[in-house]
Design a protein around this ligand. Sequence first.
Ligand code: HEC
Length: 287
Amino acid sequence: MGAEVPPSRPAGRPNPALLGAWTLAAAALAGWAFVAGFGGFLDQAVAPFGTYDIAVTARQWSWSFTYPNGWTADTLHVPLDRPVRLTLASEDVMHGLSVPALRLSEAIVPGRAGEAWFEADVADTFELRSDIYSGDGYSGMRTALIAESPAAFDAWLTRVSDIFSGRTDVEVGELLYNRKGCVACHSLDGTKRVGPSFLDAYGHEVETRDGGRVLADDAYIRESILEPNAVIVAGYEPVMTPYAGQITDREIAAVTAWLKTLSGHGGAEAAAVPDTTGADAGQKETE
Ligand code: HEC
């Protein structure tokens, strides 16, 4: 008699043991990939502690970068070997911040605060551009990312953000008038705003609220800026916020030098008073 071949498993019937083994193996692999990758994901998504923060603003079609001291530049300078955190904002449409050399690519969505971080470890200049089409001029959205030693970086930031660099005191004074918000309350044309006009203010005799008279000299200007409520000008309210701690002595000197140029009664002390008769116009140029 022919040996009966034991009926083999009909084709297509699952082998529960094998099926179970494969399922477990696949699940284990997926679990391992998740665990192994999660660290990397966190690393990329969440900036480490101690970052150097720079605010990036994108617009059609340019970039600007604002440093912690308030200085804004159109190139991105960063210190080497320190994590840099960029906060991203768009003023108009969607843009894409991209620095291919640093494997950086991040969409900047209008109305949403974005973030990216990186750390440069070679001193070099990289290209930073937009990799999202934002209209005709978008290819012009290119600038430089300059990674430099912390010392070179600090020197750069100090140099560019020094308001006095490349300016005369009088120019700095006028700039401060706008930057520090004096412009909101003090006109330059004699018009009374919240505060008295700066026209002819320097060197004039101030009538104070309590009936006294003070000469608006350097010391008075200084006091008016640092402690405006020490002497109140007649006809005005004591609403000026003291600038003590917000303005340096050198800046006060610059504002004072500039105020002198706006005044017809600077007295002998005010060498920079423009000659209003025009007879001496040539002399102004020697300032
Ligand atoms: C919120 C409005 C406001 C701002 C901002 C402001 N001031 Fe005044 N300032 C006044 C008022 C009001 C007076 C007059 C009352 C007083 O003496 O305090 C005055 C007075 C002065 C005086 C005396 C003027 C005079 O004719 O006697 C000086 C100088 C002065 N301010 C300088 C500055 C400078 C510099 C800044 C910017 C760094 C500035 N102020 C910002 C409101 C302002």
